[in-house]
Design a protein around this ligand. Structure first.
Ligand code: SAH
Length: 219
């Protein structure tokens, strides 16, 4: 990550956010380090920039939000295994915050977004941070991105009503899928781990994401 020329908000503001993440149960030191180092304000429009280091989701336009830092940290922690993550897929790039976090902990990241202006924003944001191991795709990721599968981890940041089999099929051996499942009233955040052709599912948390929708939006 390259922070030259980025007015990075004071270390103390970001340290306070990291303290909050620790209070809420985030333990992985690598995740905490990356959350501490990554400026969130560059992902947020100026009108809302005062909320950048609060532990809440923030509007990014197009009826979408940048995820709550705790949820980003929780999902990231859940997919980090003892083994290094070589290839990761994210579904729902939004403005690219979760993408930037996981990119610092994985070899190569693919991330797909259906709304073109958000995809474009994410391209610009990751360029600003000098993050180069990410491939951003504009398209419908509701059935994953089989072209580059299998993945060591799949992070889904919009909620389907059920877990698509297509996503399970794109997991590598011991691969992990983290996904919110359910309607707009609230969802279960689930971690699925692949062991040969067995899929072990664990409930991580209760969350609220925007719905995973079909098709793509050009402008
Ligand atoms: N990962 C983002 C969260 C963005 S909100 C972050 O770190 O803040 C979820 C995003 O998923 C929205 O931008 C929405 O447009 C996108 N999305 C919803 N359905 C999708 C689909 N089928 N394919 C790709 N992106 C989708």
């Amino acid at each position: 990550m390259n922070l030259d020329g980025i007015g990075v908000t004071s270390r103390r503001t970001r340290e306070r956010l990291v303290d909050k993440l620790k209070d809420k149960g985030i333990r992985n030191a690598n995740v905490l380090d990356v959350m501490r180092a990554t400026p969130r304000h560059i992902f947020i429009d100026e009108a809302f920039s005062h909320l950048s280091y609060d532990d809440i989701p923030v509007n990014i336009g197009y009826k979408q939000t940048i995820s709550q830092p705790y949820v980003v940290a929780r999902m990231t922690e859940a997919v980090l295994d003892a083994a290094p993550l070589m290839r990761v897929l994210e579904i729902g790039t939004g403005c690219g915050y979760q993408t930037a976090i996981i990119a610092q902990l994985a070899e190569e990241v693919y991330s797909i977004e259906r709304i073109k202006p958000l995809h474009d924003k994410a391209v610009a944001n990751l360029e600003t941070l000098g993050i180069e191991n990410v491939h951003l795709i504009h398209g419908d990721g509701s059935l994953g991105y089989p072209d580059k599968s299998p993945y060591d981890a799949i992070i889904v940041t919009a909620a389907p009503m059920g877990i698509p089999n297509e996503l399970l099929a794109q997991l590598a051996q011991n691969g992990r899928l983290v996904i919110p499942v359910g309607g707009t009233a609230g969802q279960e955040l689930r971690l699925i781990t692949r062991k040969k052709d067995q899929f072990i599912s664990r409930l991580l948390d209760h969350v609220r994401f925007v719905p995973l929708l079909k098709g793509q939006v050009k402008n």
